[in-house]
Design a protein around this ligand. Structure first.
Ligand code: ADP
Length: 603
């Protein structure tokens, strides 16, 4: 689909400058020229000569000049005054007539026309031109003319539009939206049976999972115009502007129906209206207008509203009720198969060697969103160019996963040998604890090459496939794995470093969730102590319990982590020889694969 380009907008000041310039030119060049058209300047000698020859018609003596006409009164002359006491007499004797009415200036009418009417006329013409330009742009966001216009980007139908095939994975979402496309193609089929399409469809999911793409794909498949606007674009400085933008958007959409209106990040205007005084009036008005507009059109008029958000829980319930956004389509992070498909879709855009194993890459990139996968493929292509190859390899893709997760490799060695050894033990500690608990290969890869993100080393976990439930033991094992790094430092060096801060955070988070949300604690049974807000954006939690309970929760969390930490230490002590062997190996090689790890462990 192509976005219709708006013509270049010249700033207001530009037109004012032009108008001023024109007036200035008229006044300084044209007016004097016109005024002096007939007046000829002559020297005093010529004036005297003409006087003696009786060639003077009328004469008018002023303080700073003498203006006179010839006998025929057609030509007007002027000359500068000279001290000449007999001038009047001489003129009289030679038949000149004295007059105060030889007007050297142009006629008063012309003068008024030139200095008042003409500039005004020019202003009006320029103003009209300007106004038309602005109006044509249907609300360019210039303050005076664009106020209250919706500014929506219109995507017109075109053959190279995004189609469902461009959106990989997300099969449920696509299935759901296919119905919409079908409706836009044959609305009569639905009308006949009396079914009405949902007016609004809300796409919810974490960032970068393809919500915008899906909306565009619906328009592309249905081959209808697509209006796209971000929620934040509605919110203006002045109360009422946003509402007027909403009105404008809907009136445009109704004209173009059937069409799709897409509002990205709808939480910007759709937030719950709370009872607080002095709330955000502009936002609330905008929301009210949106609610009214959505009610205002009948079900089957062909305008379908798609909206995307990462924060569905913050939306106003009035917006979510049936009749407005009555369908909610979850767009979740892709699973293994989805990731593989997304990689394949994006890999079509770059040149790749044939031996690339997308399945393996997809496994390594567990938890990555569609946008991250697209980025991984692009990084691989960039890396290939950097190394002077003409196609990307498997290694490029693998490296670029690490780039996207952990940043670029730090080129200059900044770790001392001692530090490097500690990092090696730390990482092997994690892997060994994990391996001993599950008796399977726990990692894809371990590396101690520092990264620009600040990670000194990291362990890439094996994707355990699609996993929807976790047992208590599994979570405990996970906590033990997190503590494994620190435990290895303690077992080997007898002291601890700051390297474990991230592990500590993660272990605590898991342990806390066990107690407060999963009902896996000793004392609290199945009582929720925390609620999750922002499910798709990091999952912040807020405590909802008494202060005493908080103290008890803290105590239990500490106990939980402590127990697992001790368990990890125990595992490492029992496998001290393997720990040393593996760590030495990693120290020398800097990067080892999961296979190498298991080979040494089982040797
Ligand atoms: P959001 O969910 O934040 O609206 P977008 O739809 O803007 O995400 O996706 C951002 C980019 O990520 C897209 O331009 C596309 O390159 C890539 N992407 C995300 N999901 C997918 C997918 N399912 N298939 C193919 N590409 C995807």
């Amino acid at each position: 689909m192509q976005e219709v380009k708006q013509p270049n907008k010249k700033p207001f000041i530009f037109y004012y400058m032009i108008a001023l310039l024109v007036i200035f030119l008229i006044n300084s060049l044209l007016v004097p020229k016109l005024a002096q058209r007939a007046v000829k300047e002559v020297d005093y000698g010529t004036f005297m000569e003409m006087t003696y020859n009786g060639e003077i018609g009328y004469v008018q003596i002023e303080d700073n000049q003498i203006v006179f006409t010839g006998k025929d009164e057609k030509n007007i002359y002027k000359t500068g005054p000279v001290y000449d006491p007999e001038l009047t007499e001489r003129l009289y004797e030679n038949g000149a007539k004295f007059s105060g009415e030889i007007v050297e200036e142009m006629s008063p009418l012309l003068s008024i026309f030139l200095s008042w009417l003409l500039p005004m006329f020019i202003f009006i013409v320029l103003g009209q031109l300007m106004y038309r330009q602005m109006a044509k742009k249907a609300g360019g966001n210039s303050m005076m003319f664009g106020m209250g216009k919706s500014n929506a980007k219109v995507y017109v139908k075109s053959s190279d539009g995004i189609k469902f095939t461009d959106v990989a994975g997300e099969d449920e979402a696509k299935e759901n939206l296919t119905e919409i496309v079908d409706y836009l193609h044959n609305p009569d089929k639905y009308r006949e049976i009396g079914a009405s399409m949902p007016k609004g469809i809300l796409l919810v999911g974490p960032p970068g999972t393809g919500k915008t793409m899906l909306a565009k794909a619906v328009a592309g498949e249905a081959n209808v115009p697509f209006f796209s606007m971000s929620g934040s674009e509605f919110v203006e400085m002045f109360v009422g502007m946003g509402a007027s933008k909403v009105r404008d958007l809907f009136s445009q959409a109704k004209e173009k129906a059937p069409c799709i209106v897409f509002i990205d990040e709808i939480d910007a205007i759709g937030k719950k209206r709370d009872g607080q005084l002095g709330g955000n009036d502009e936002r609330e008005q905008t929301l009210n207008q949106l609610l009214t507009e959505m009610d205002g059109f009948e079900g089957n008029n062909g305008v379908i509203i798609l909206a995307a958000t990462n924060r569905p829980e913050s939306l106003d319930p009035a917006l979510l009720r049936p009749g407005r956004f009555d369908r909610r389509v979850p767009v979740e992070l892709p699973d293994l198969k989805g990731r593989e498909e997304i990689l394949k879709v994006h890999a079509k855009k770059i040149k790749l060697y044939e031996d690339v194993d997308f399945g393996k890459i997809a496994k390594m990139a567990s938890g990555a969103s569609g946008a991250e996968l697209a980025n991984i493929v692009n990084e691989a292509a960039l890396r290939a160019v950097r190394d002077g190859r003409n196609a990307a390899t498997q290694a490029d893709l693998e490296e670029s996963i690490e780039v996207v997760i952990a940043g670029y490799q730090k080129k200059n060695a900044i770790l001392t040998d001692k530090e490097k050894l500690i990092v090696a033990y730390h990482e092997i500690g994690h892997a060994l604890v994990a391996a001993k608990q599950t008796d399977s290969a726990p990692v894809q890869k371990i590396t101690i090459v520092p990264r620009t993100s600040g990670a000194l080393g990291y362990t890439m976990q094996v994707d355990e496939g699609n996993h929807y439930l976790m047992t208590k033991e599994e979570i405990e094992n996970k906590i033990a794995t997190f503590t494994g790094g620190r435990a290895a430092e303690e077992v080997v060096f007898g002291s601890v470093t700051t390297g474990a801060s991230n592990d500590i955070e993660q272990a605590t988070k898991l342990a806390r969730a066990m107690v407060t949300r999963y009902g896996m604690s000793k004392d609290f049974d199945m009582v929720a102590m925390e609620t999750v807000s922002n499910q798709y954006l990091g999952g912040d939690t807020s405590l909802c319990c008494s202060a005493e309970t908080q103290t008890a929760i803290d105590r239990e969390v500490v106990e939980l982590v402590k127990k697992q930490h001790e368990k990890a230490g125990q595992i490492l002590l029992e496998n001290r020889a393997k720990l040393d062997e593996l760590s030495q190996y990693l120290y020398e090689k800097e990067t080892i694969t999961g296979e190498e790890f298991m080979n040494i462990l089982n040797a």
